[in-house]
Design a protein around this ligand. Sequence first.
Ligand code: MSP
Length: 701
Amino acid sequence: MRRFYLTTPIYYVNDIPHIGTAYTTLAADVVARYHRLCGDDVLLATGTDEHATKVLQAAQARGVDPFQFVAEMADRFREAWAKLNVDYDVFIRTTEERHQKAVQALFRTLQTRGDIYEGPYEGWYCMSCETYFSADEAPEADGVRPCPNDRLHKPLQLVQETNYFFRLSAYQDRLLEWMDAHPEALKPDFRRNEVLAFVRSGLRDVCITRSAGGWGVPVPGDPSQVVYVWFDALINYLTLVGYPDQTASQEKWWPADLHLVGKDIYVRFHCTLWPAMLMGIGLEPPRQVFGHGFWMIEGAKMSKTVGNVVEPVRVAGWLSELSGAPPEIAADALRYCLFREMPFGEDGNFARSSVLARFNSDLANELGNVLNRSLSLAIQTFPGAGGGAVVPRPTPTETALSSLAGDTHRRVTAALETLDLQGALNAAWEYVSAINRYLADRTPWVLARDGKTEELGGVLYHTLEAVRVLTVWCLPYLPCAAREMRRQLGLDGETTWESAGHWGELQPGAPLPVPTPIFPRIDRKVLQAALAAADAAVPASGERSGAAASRVADAAAPGGGPPPAGRAGGPAPTGSGEQRQSEGEKSMEPVEGVATIAFEDFARVELRVAEVLSAERVPKADKLLHLRISLGDEERSVLAGLAEFYTPEQLTGRKVILVANLAPRKIRGLMSQGMLLAAEHGERVSLLQPDQDLPAGARVR
Ligand code: MSP
C-alpha cells in the first residue's frame, strides 16, 4: 500500500474562502480521492494560517478578540470545504499549541546548529503577502515602493529592527544539488526553471522574527520577538505529522508526497525557504511541490478593493437554485467546471456564464443523458421491482465501448498521476461523447419499437457498463454526483480505481432503481434571466465588497467572457513577480446562445480603427508585444499578447481594430490603453482589420 501525504497551503483567515483558495483545496481533494480509490493510505491536510499581521488587523477592525476571530474564521473555512464536498483528513490551525511547540522546536534545532543568528534588519515589508524585500528587489516608483510580488502591488513599509536571521545563503548549493537530483520534485517544469533562476541568482539570509505586534509564536528564549509568519506557517506540514514528538507518525508520513500551492507562494517559500529549513534540521525535502496558476475574474485580478471576489459556496448555491439540483450536486458541478475549464498549472479566466453553459452542456446534456436515456429505455423493456428495471444481458456483438474503455482508463490514470487534472476530464468526456455517439448509432429506441429485445438488451448493457466505468473516473471530481449515478446503476458499495479497468462488472438481472435526473437542465429563459441579474443572485464577496464589479463582469461577458486577453492584447494577466506574466491565460470558450445583450450594452464599447506605428517585444515576456498606435488625433501604448503569432515587423503600419474605451492598465510597468480585436480558431489567431483603407480613428459599429 502506497502512503500518500498531500497538503494545501494553509490560508490566511483575514478573509473567507474564495474561488482561488477553493481551487487549491479542491485540487487536493481530487488527487486525494483518486489515491484513496487506488487503495493508498492517504493523508490530506489543510488548515488556516492565523498569525499574519493582516489577520490581527482584521480582528482589530471588527473590535473582536483575535483568538475568537481566528477561531470563527477557521470554522468558516471548514464549513466552506464541507459544502464543496472536500474530504480532508486533518485540519491545522497555527494558533494551536501543538504547532507552537513544533515551531519552537524547529527554531531551537536550527539555532543549535548555527543556522540562526541575531542581527540588525532594515528592509521593506509587504503586509499583504507578508514578505520581506531588499531595496534592490523593490525599487521606488512615484515616492513609494510597490510590492513586486503582491498581486495588487501595495506599498511596502520600511522595517528597522534587531531580528533573528536564517542562514538561507548557506543552502544555495545544496538546494541546487537537490533540484538537479530530483527533477520531478518541482512541477510544472516551467515553474521549476523560475526556481532554478531564483536560487542561482544568489540567496540572502532571511529575517525570521519580528519585534513589533506580538501576534505570533514567541521566539524561544526571547519573548520580545515573534516568529515571522512564513517561517511559522511552513512548519505546519511537519506539525501535522507529529513533529517533534511523535516519531513513528513522522517517519510514516515524512517526506510529504505533494505540496499543492498557487504560483504566488511557489518559488521563494515552498521551493526555496522550506526545503532549506528541512535540510537544516536533517529532514528530507518534500517529494513534490506543484505550483498551479491563478484564476482571473473576467480578465481582471480578483481583489476585495475591486469587489470582484468570487465565493465558491455562493456560486454553488446559485447553481443549485437555478437548476433545482441539490446543493452538493451543484457544488460538484462547480468543481467539474473549475478543472475542466483551465489546464492545471496555467492561469485562467472565471466567468459564471461559462459555469452555467458547462452545467447544461457537459453535465445535464452529455453526462446526464447517457445514464437517463439508457435507464429509461431499460425500464420499458426490462421492468423490475418498484417501477425500476433489471440489468439486461450482454451480447457478444457489442464491443464499441469496451476496448475504448481500456484506452481511456490508461489515459485518465496517466493524467491523474502527473496532475494533469484537466487532461483526465478531457479524456473522460471524450468517452462520454463516445457513449452518446454509440447510442445515436445503435438507436436502442428503434430496437425497442421493433421488439428486438435481445439486441436492445445487448446495447443497453453495453451502455450501462460504459457508464459504470465512467462513474469511477468521475468519483474524484464529482464525488456526490458519481455516487448517485452509481446508486442509479444499483451499485451502493465502495469501489476501486482498478474496477474502471475491468469490463463486465454489472450483473445481468441485478435491480436498477427508478432514475431521476442528477443534473436537471437549466431552462433557457431562467438561464438568460440569471445572467442578466447575475450580481443580484450571486453578489461578489458579500461582506466587504459591493456587487458592482460583478455586474460589470457578467454584463461585459454575457457570451462567456472577453476575448482572450493573453492572446489578442489588452490587459494580459499581471501578478506576482513569480509568474510568467503573459503566460497561458485561457479564456472561456464561446458559449452559444447563453444570453443576449441589449444594443445599449454593445454601444458602450468604443471600437475604432487604429494604425500600428511601431511594435517591439517586451523583454522576459515571450508572448507580449508593446505597440504604439495612432487613433488619428491621439497616440496610445498597447500591450498585446501577439508575439507568438506576429513579428513586430508584420504589425508595423497595419490597420487594426481597437477597443478604445477599456480602462487602461499597467502591465510589466507599461501602460496598456486598449485592446486589439482578433479572431481565434484552435491555435490560429488572426487580427481583425478593415478591408478598405480607412483613416485611423474611424468608428467601428
Ligand atoms: N498563508 C499563506 C500560505 C502558507 S502555506 C504554508 C497564504 N495564504 S493565502 O490565503 O493567501 O492563500 C494563497 C493560496 O490561495 C495560493 O497559493 C493559491 O493556492 C490560492 N489562491 C489564492 N488566490 C488564487 C487565485 N486567484 N487563483 C488560484 N489560486 C489562488 O499565502
